[in-house]
Design a protein around this ligand. Sequence first.
Ligand SMILES: [Zn+2]
Ligand SMILES: [Zn+2]
Length: 149
Amino acid sequence: MSEVTFKIDVPTDDDGFLTLQCPFCSERFKLTVQDFEREDIIDLFCPYCGLKDEPSSFITDEIIEQAHILALNYAKSQINKSIKGLEQSSRGNKNISFKAGKPLEMEGDKVLFEKEQLELITLKCCELETKAKSIVKEIGVYCPCCGVK
Ligand SMILES: [Zn+2]
Ligand SMILES: [Zn+2]
């Protein structure tokens, strides 16, 4: 089977920020799409706990769920197609009678929307803007790019 890729449109807020979720502490913060896709960022640092991981690990639960739905629907549509094909190819054959039942129902897409209300923080070390809970202004924020607090 050939490889299938799914494209998920990740929503951004009005300022072009996308929500990320730390794989360690599950806290959420935002980065601009441009910063998130920067090639010089190999690992992202969580602004809250300061731990780092590759950027793809910071994808939110909703996006992962949406990816599962897309993959599941794709598998179901493949099954529906092959059952339909079986039905068609068995037509006119006196020995085999094959009637397809009800096609598998597709899962409803999750509606993704941007709802996090976070505060804009500018990190001078990397000239990077992030959005995080206002509490990090008191406890100190780790730069998502270089990890300096
Ligand atoms: Zn964290
Ligand atoms: Zn920095």
